[in-house]
Ligand binder design. Structure first.
Ligand code: ZN
Length: 55
């Protein structure tokens, strides 16, 4: 499942961890680094920023 959070190492979009045992501590996984991520390790992607072309 796609998320609106990015890896703070490589900038790839993170996926949601599907393993129940891992999900408690590491809710996200980076497909490029192949690593699980803490919530605080991920970067929030502001969806509004993409839309705001001009004032
Ligand atoms: Zn990564």
């Amino acid at each position: 499942m796609k998320t609106f959070r990015k890896c703070n190492k490589c900038g790839a979009f993170l996926k949601k961890e599907t393993s129940k045992s891992l999900r408690n501590e590491y809710p996200f996984v980076c497909p490029r680094c192949d690593e699980n991520m803490f919530y605080i390790e991920s970067i929030k992607v502001d969806r509004n920023k993409h839309r705001r072309g001009k004032k």
